[in-house]
Design a binder for this molecule. Structure first.
Ligand SMILES: Cc1cc2nc3c(=O)[nH]c(=O)nc-3n(C[C@H](O)[C@H](O)[C@H](O)COP(=O)(O)O)c2cc1C
Length: 221
């Protein structure tokens, strides 16, 4: 199946059947998430994998009682840095230099430039920027799950403050951003299974633009 066929196959599964996702498929999905690109390669996020049924019951309560939380096989919780610190950024860059057998100072100028840039934006911007990076990884996980014929439900419908307290993220410098239950669709019970996939028509979604078009649009304003 092509990537497009896999993306057509997937849907935001509303009812899962409780079947377990094999470890090798889970590993594949997590590896796709790990390989996601991020701004400056900082990967300012991590993934927490939960299959503990008691913990999942607690999470369901703070996720609008959505049944996928407890009917899934594994729940992925994406958590992003709450801010960029010199220590965090240096640690990543030092690791990259080490892995590439380069001197630790090889990226010093670049590191200083991004630290200066981030410092002008403020802590709220930093948390938002890190959260955006986590969504790229999240999307890779969704696509990889579809390729593995594992169902996944992208979810923002949870109380992130309560999640951060429950998973002890608060105080560790992380904030939960988005969650992804992985499992298998309940073919008899899922009302969404046979619904048509609906997306914006291509002409509304895609705009080809030349310089002349851009100039005309600017003039028209
Ligand atoms: C960031 C994000 C948050 C979402 N939150 C939820 C959620 O909390 N619960 C849910 O059932 N679906 C959730 N969805 C699923 C969307 O409603 C669904 O992806 C969209 O309607 C497109 O349908 P499809 O994924 O079935 O193709 C979310 C999707 C995204 C991308």
């Amino acid at each position: 199946m092509s990537l497009i066929e896999n993306l057509e196959w997937r849907y935001a599964t509303k009812k899962m059947n409780g079947a377990k996702v094999p470890q090798e498929k889970l590993d594949y999905i997590l590896e796709a998430a790990r390989l996601a690109p991020s701004s400056s390669g900082l990967q300012p996020y991590k993934i927490i994998v939960i299959s503990d049924r008691v913990l999942l019951e607690k999470i369901k309560v703070i996720a609008n009682n959505q049944s996928q939380i407890t009917d899934c096989s594994h729940l992925l919780v994406f958590a992003a840095w709450d801010q960029y610190t010199r220590e965090r950024v240096s640690k990543v860059f030092n690791y990259i230099m080490h892995e590439r057998s380069l001197p630790p100072t090889a990226m010093s100028d670049y590191k200083e430039s991004i630290l200066n840039l981030y410092a002008t934006e403020g802590k709220e911007w930093e948390a938002h920027h890190a959260a955006k990076q986590s969504y790229i990884s999240f999307a890779m996980a969704i696509a990889a799950a579809a390729e593995q014929k594992v169902d996944a439900t992208p979810m923002e419908g949870f109380d992130s403050t309560a999640m951060d307290e429950l998973l002890q993220l608060k105080g560790c410098g992380y904030k939960s951003t988005v969650i992804l239950p992985l499992g298998y669709r309940d073919e008899d019970e899922d009302w969404l299974l046979n619904m048509k996939k609906v997306r914006a028509p291509k002409p509304d979604f895609i705009t080809e633009m030349t310089l002349a078009d851009a100039v005309n649009l600017t003039d028209a304003r």
